[in-house]
Design a protein around this ligand. Sequence first.
Ligand SMILES: *Cc1c(COP(=O)(O)O)cnc(C)c1O
Length: 397
Amino acid sequence: MTKDQVIARDAQYYMPVFARYKVVLSHGAGPYVYDVDGKRYLDFLAGIAVNILGHAHPKLVAAVSAQAGKLIHCSNLYYTAEQAQLAQTLAEVSGLGKVFVANSGAEANEGAIKLARKYGKTIHPEKIEIITAEHSFHGRTLATLTATAQPKYQHGYEPLPGGFRYVEYNNIDALEAMMSEKTCAVMLEPIQGEGGVNIPADDYLHKVRQLCDKYGALLILDEIQSGMGRTGKMFAFQHGNVKPDIVTVAKGLGGGVPIGAFMATDQVAKVFSPGDHGTTFGGNPLACAAANTVLSVLAAENLPANAEAVGSYMVNGLNALKAKYPALISEVRGKGLMIGVKLTKPGREIVDSCLAAGALINCTNTDVLRFVPPLNITNQHADEMLAILDRVLAETE
Ligand SMILES: *Cc1c(COP(=O)(O)O)cnc(C)c1O
């Protein structure tokens, strides 16, 4: 099928919910993907922070292929070594005691919300309020889009589930004013991804933790985008001295194989009994084998440290572009390889020009270019991205 045929077929048969770029991808290798016409693109979006080992990583391909030939799926009515292994590793790297494996980020957050509600009610029947932040993104199910404090995602889906309240991000006084004994949990991204790569003050999460302790509320950290080594540590909360009660992950966890998970302290997780939560596909041996391989490569190749090193190199380069194009770039912000470039105007045109020039990035919150590449890239790949962006910005000016 040609590119035009694929696009025409999609237009006829696929639900029109995606504003897609006009490219039909076929395969990939490392940080590059190729379209059906053989054109190569440097992939600095990585499936939105998903392909953290790049494309077609030999160890991930081998692990998934071997597992597919052994056992793709069995019900959670049975044990598998792959799932037990993943639970242990996620508990160890997060410092939390118990793990539940789901299929996506939204499902991980949905489970975390259910667990927090159930826990809150063990303290008081009215301890059900969950506070989330403006410009957050937590997913597309009814509960998680209600947690997502952005009207554009909620519009049209009312009535929304109750019990959610929204507070300005990175504003500790506003949070304190909203909290009470009714607060069941505060749910935050340590760095907001979809909201525009917003990085709070260094002590923000620590102060949120103190407020949660004061009101007996749980701290739920959504690390779906910021986790898995992206910011230079396994989890973004590990940059500070903060201990969450619940952490959610997905995106990079399976290196592209759909999987999500939430982890909680033993104390919180013990409010769950058999039948309280579940999933058919979640934690199946295929997805767990992928995640186990991703986690082992992440550790063996020290990818969080690489993300930090290449990320700061990239931020330096982007700041040089900001100095060169002050009329176009107003701010560069990032931690590790989670980087946003705030523009002075909407970014879609620049993203389209990068695509034409052979690089995949995207634009979030209208005017923030987002770079979330694989974590095993080198400075040379960063240079290649910076050179493309330089050319595109020169033409845009
Ligand atoms: C992507 C994302 C989600 C939703 O994940 P899905 O797998 O798309 O359901 C939730 N929270 C954050 C922070 C995300 O970046």
